[in-house]
Design a protein around this ligand. Structure first.
Ligand SMILES: [Zn+2]
Length: 219
C-alpha cells in the first residue's frame, strides 16, 4: 500500500473545499489518494496533532491557517512548474500535470521563487488556475462559469480547464480548444446534456462529462 504524503493530504482537502460545500470526509480523501480509510484516519489524527487540520464529526476535515499555508505553497509549486515546463522546456499541455505532481514535493523555496521571477511572476497556470504568490496570496480571478451552464447561440472565451487527465488535455489540443479561444455554443441536446460548439469555425459535439471540465468567462 502506498504511504500517504502529508502534502498531498493537505492539498486534497484544500482543493475539495474550493469546489464543494460538503464537509471533507476521510473517505473522500482516501478515495482521492487511493489509500485505505484506516490509513487516512490515522493521518488525520497526525495532522490534527501537528495543528494543520481540525477534524470534527459533522464539519469534516478543515485546514487550519498553518495547514492552508502549506497547501497553497504546494499548489504554487505545482502551477509554476506546469507553466515552466510548457513555456521553457516545450512540454505539451497533456504532459505537464503528472510531472508537476512529482516536482511539487521536491522544490525548495529558493528554486520556486527563482522560477516565479524568471517567468515574470505569472498569475495563472497553463490551465487557467490562479497561482498563489510567495506569501500565499491568490490573484483576483475573473468570473467564470462551467461550459455546462452556457447559453445556446452565445459566444464565450475559454478561461480554465481541469488539468487532471492528460488524455483529456490531448483531446482539447486536437480540437484547438485552448485558453482565451473563442467558442460559440451552437446547440445543446437535452437528452444527454451534450453540447455542440464551434471552435475555429469547426463544429464539435462534446459530452456533458467533458464539458464539466471546461470553464468560460461569464461575460
Ligand atoms: Zn496540474
Amino acid at each position: 500500500m502506498p504511504t500517504i504524503s502529508k502534502e498531498n493530504y493537505l492539498k486534497t482537502i484544500y482543493q475539495r473545499a474550493q469546489t464543494s460545500n460538503e464537509p471533507v470526509t476521510t473517505s473522500y480523501v482516501a478515495s482521492k489518494l487511493e489509500v485505505s480509510n484506516a490509513a487516512t484516519s490515522e493521518m488525520a489524527k497526525k495532522l490534527s496533532d501537528d495543528g494543520l487540520i481540525s477534524h470534527e464529526k459533522y464539519k469534516g476535515i478543515e485546514l487550519t491557517d498553518n495547514g492552508r499555508e502549506i497547501a497553497l505553497q504546494i499548489i504554487r509549486r505545482h502551477r509554476l512548474w506546469e507553466l515552466f515546463l510548457i513555456k521553457v522546456l516545450g512540454l505539451s499541455w497533456g504532459e505537464v500535470h503528472d510531472e508537476a505532481e512529482m516536482l511539487e514535493h521536491s522544490t525548495s523555496e529558493l528554486l520556486i521563487n527563482t522560477i516565479d521571477d524568471y517567468l515574470g511572476n505569472p498569475k495563472f497556470d497553463p490551465h487557467g488556475s490562479p497561482i498563489p504568490d510567495r506569501f500565499g496570496n491568490l490573484p483576483v480571478t475573473p468570473a467564470i462559469i462551467a461550459l455546462t451552464k452556457c447559453r445556446t447561440g452565445k459566444k464565450y472565451r475559454i478561461a480554465k480547464v481541469n488539468d487532471k487527465s492528460s488524455e483529456l488535455m490531448n483531446y482539447f489540443s486536437r480540437l484547438g480548444l485552448e485558453l482565451e479561444k473563442e467558442i460559440v455554443i451552437e446547440d445543446r441536446l437535452e437528452f444527454d446534456n451534450s453540447i455542440t460548439l464551434s471552435i475555429d469555425n469547426r463544429i464539435h459535439s462534446l459530452s456533458e462529462k467533458i464539458c464539466e471540465n471546461v470553464y468560460v468567462y461569464s461575460n
